[in-house]
Design a protein. Structure first.
Length: 805
């Protein structure tokens, strides 16, 4: 470095306030190393914050710039590609740079910076100060100024005086979210020897030790579970040199699996899909839509493409809608690619997430599987992106920065020259339109991998059942098929898209329905140990269900509208011997609960699995013969322009769970609207017909993909302020230059006007191209957001919104 030249770091500072949405300049001390992408600690106003160095430049005169206080990394935590991605997120979604960075970088890399008060060691502190309660508190807890202020104004003044006098000083504490984790492993010295000696000495050893040796002989090594094998039982085995204890850095969220080499022979359709897609990949960036009917073996195609990508030295990214719902899929990848797989999901601890991230960054893992946020993983040589079940709405993030993982993936793939494969049995209207417009290439798998036909889908008109005097929730046909399936030792899946016992509680005398006191939404009935309860699915409010109606006083409140709990109960009441499992949000909240339900059903421990849409996604149970949709009507009436598309997709997906192996399957759909086109299309497995009609109606009513939607949402505990903010936003847009390119729907309450006592008002916009309108929309958004934040409310902008309100 030349004398007189100072380096200046441009830093993106962490925080959600709008004023932080620019880079701040800091001088870099001469003896300090910085590079773009490293984390630093910097002074900001009268506090300290963490940030990321975005650029470094040299200036002749640093002037009065404040200096970088600490550098956290030698190796950047963000790659240049990820930094460009952050800038793109801002441009595409109106996000701020700190918002974009916090979406990209896992929480495990967050640095917590605090300025705390501590006694000044060198100072002569008078005894009366030293023994005062305030001084002792500071010495013990090292508080921040805000904590001192919270104690009392007088204490704050005293503390300031002590800082002035040198009794107390400010100290900066930097906590990295997590360090590296180490765990103890038990390692078999020589597995064969262990097994032989175990057999010899079985009689003499305690049961516990036998168990341990048996397990070790099979596994070679395992994490030391001290509860199962306390040190007292392990120590003698170490002494006998049968096993050793090793400290290991935890590098895997899952134990590494051995790759099993079995790659089944591809079906002719799979083989030609692999050929076409491999050829595309060779040509660099491109987008393919792999439309494969349920059970057609899309996963096998993905795996061949991945193998080609990593054998060529590249990396592959596989996005799935919800990783927790797809343990079977993850296992399939792990069996094929073993330790080269990194799995990113929200169940990981901070340390595990950091480890997985680092393995990707270092190139130790070259196949990354994860849900939405895995799209930000730090691959350096991305060759292939697979987006499985590309039609799923969960790819869209519902919080700031409201990104759509599909769009981010396409951006990344374009930058990296990689192939994108969108996979689905029911492609979204948007993706199929992309094919029509020549922006994506269609590759089809029209038949199942087991060469059997798709299961027949029969529609049952529930109005007929009622006329015939059957008031049960099961039609006669469904009841018969259930009995037959179970008696033949096969399994059934019953699908209902509503959790809880009943949809609502309704008064039979006056029609009153019970609403949440804090939200504008009706309460759902749930079964509890102590009887029925009313639960709000939005804020968690809970109250017992009583008979007396609060509106009219009659003893006439009853549960109304089916939920999964009630289906389970009806099954058990009608067929007491039937073994039933239920899979919905309520039964899978506990960690590991979902995997356990899937495994138990797979092992045949239940005859029937009742569930919500969770059961529609990607599950592969060979013994399922029958799929029953208990009430399709619950899906047909959603107030959303995509309601038909969602209904068709869900029906097709859940029907696709039947007859996946060597048996014929059947699907029965119960409904009061048998003629509905989503149902008819699902019945005839006619994606094409459904798509054509849906496309037509979207074009006619000008809905996506024939335009894009954005939603501005203002929230405040005072309704007047939320309403005012939305109105202000609308006015700003009306006088903006791009008003002509925007269709702005009148400001009004969001779909649910109040959640947890916070009022929500929105403005919906339609436009042809975000590029044309973004400047004005983002300007208006920031103007109103700034004001809302000052007033204690909030404002968010959802660009390319997938739902309205
Ligand atoms: P999809 O994701 O398209 O619904 P899967 O990839 O889950 O389908 O495949 C459906 C079933 O067919 C799985 O049990 C899978 O193991 C099996 N399968 C797929 N391809 C083959 C093949 N080439 N040979 C034998 N079995 C296959």
């Amino acid at each position: 470095m030349t004398a007189g030249i100072t380096r200046v770091a441009e830093v993106v500072v962490e925080g959600t306030a709008l004023f932080l949405d620019k880079r701040f300049d800091y001088a870099v001390p001469p003896d300090v190393d910085v590079a773009p992408g490293v984390r630093v600690v910097v002074p900001m106003r009268d506090s300290v914050r963490s940030g990321i160095v975005w650029a470094v430049r040299e200036v002749a005169e640093a002037g009065r710039l404040r200096a970088v206080m600490r550098v956290m990394d030698r190796v950047p935590v963000l790659t240049p590609h990820q930094m460009r991605m952050a800038e793109w997120l801002c441009d595409r979604y109106g996000a701020t740079l700190p918002e974009a960075v916090s979406a990209i970088l896992p929480g495990a890399f967050r640095v917590r910076v605090r300025k705390v008060l501590v006694p000044n060691d060198g100072a002569q502190v008078p005894d009366d100060v030293k023994t005062s309660a305030l001084f002792r508190w500071i010495a013990e807890s090292g508080p921040e100024w805000s904590e001192v202020r919270a104690r009392s104004k007088a204490d704050e003044r005293t503390a300031r005086a002590w800082v002035g006098a040198g009794f107390v000083r400010e100290e900066i504490r930097v906590d990295e979210a997590v360090g590296e984790k180490r765990r103890a492993y038990l390692v078999a010295r020589a597995p064969d020897e262990v097994l032989r000696r175990e057999a010899e000495s079985r009689r003499r050893r305690a049961r516990r030790q036998s168990d341990l040796l048996q397990q070790l002989a099979e596994a070679g090594e395992m994490m030391w579970d001290r509860r199962a094998f306390p040190p007292s039982s392990v120590a003698p085995l170490v002494e006998a040199e049968l096993l050793a204890i090793a400290e290991r850095r935890v590098t895997r969220a899952h134990p590494p699996r051995n790759e099993d080499a079995a790659w089944p022979e591809l079906t002719p359709y799979q083989a030609s899909a692999v050929r076409a897609l491999t050829e595309m990949a060779r040509q660099g960036h491109g987008v393919a839509l792999l439309h494969g009917v349920t059970g057609s073996g899309k996963t096998e195609v993905y795996m061949h493409l991945i193998r080609a990508a990593i054998e060529g030295g590249g990396q592959a990214l596989v996005l799935v809608p919800e990783i927790a719902l797809t343990p079977q899929l993850v296992q399939r990848f792990e069996r094929r690619f073993g330790g080269r797989v990194a799995v990113l999901h929200s169940g990981l601890s901070l340390g595990e997430r950091r480890e997985e991230w680092t393995r990707v960054l270092d190139g130790d893992a070259n196949v990354v599987i994860g849900a939405r946020s895995a799209v930000f993983a730090p691959m350096r040589d991305l060759r292939l992106v697979v987006i499985d079940e590309e039609h799923e709405p969960s790819y869209k993030q519902e919080d700031a920065p409201h990104y759509d993982a599909r769009e981010v993936a396409m951006w990344r793939a374009r930058e990296a020259g990689a192939l994108v494969v969108l996979g689905s049995a029911t492609p979204s209207v948007a993706s199929m339109l992309r094919v029509e417009q020549g922006d994506a290439r269609l590759v089809s798998l029209p038949v199942r991998a087991n060469q059997r036909p798709l299961p027949p889908v029969d529609v049952i008109d529930m109005r007929e059942e009622l006329r015939a005097g059957n008031r049960s929730i099961f039609s006669r046909r469904l009841a018969e098929e259930l009995e037959r399936t179970v008696s033949e030792g096969m399994q059934a899946i019953l699908f209902l898209n509503r959790r809880g016992y009943a949809h609502a509680a309704l008064c039979r005398a006056c029609g009153h329905s019970m609403e949440c006191p804090r939200c504008d939404i009706h309460l759902t009935v749930h079964r509890k140990a102590e009887g029925h309860a009313l639960v709000c699915h939005y804020c968690g409010h809970e109250e017992p269900l009583v008979r007396r109606c609060p509106a009219c006083g009659e003893e006439a409140l009853v549960p109304y509208g089916l939920g999964t709990e009630q289906v389970e109960q009806h099954l058990l009441r009608t067929w007491p011997a039937m073994r039933v499992l239920r899979m919905d949000w309520d039964t899978t909240r506990r960690k590991g609960a979902l995997e356990s339900i899937i495994e138990r059903f797979q092992r045949g421990e239940a005859d029937v699995l009742v569930g919500t849409q969770m059961i529609a996604k990607g599950l592969d149970f060979p013994r399922v013969r029958l799929v029953g949709v208990v009430a399709a009507d619950a899906m047909l009436t959603l107030p959303d322009y995509r309601a038909n598309e969602r209904a068709f997709q869900l029906l097709t997906q859940v029907a696709g769970r039947a007859g996946r192996a060597d048996t014929d399957g059947i699907t029965l759909i119960q409904t009061y609207q048998p003629g509905h086109r989503a149902i008819q299309a699902a019945r005839s497995h006619d994606y094409r017909a459904f798509y054509e009609r849906e496309r037509e109606s979207r074009e006619f009513f000008r809905y996506p993909p024939f335009c894009e939607l954005a939603v501005f949402l203002a929230s405040h505990a005072e309704e007047r302020l939320a309403r005012g903010a939305a109105a202000r936003f609308e006015r700003e847009l009306a006088r903006s230059a791009s008003a002509a390119s925007l269709t702005v729907l009148p400001a009004g309450p969001s779909g649910i006007r109040r959640i947890d006592n916070v009022y929500r008002y929105q403005v919906v916009m339609k436009y042809a191209s975000w590029q044309d309108v973004k400047e004005d929309v983002v300007r208006a958004y920031r103007l109103v957001k700034e004001k809302m934040n000052r007033l204690g409310g909030s404002a968010v902008l959802d660009v390319n919104a997938q739902r309205i309100g």
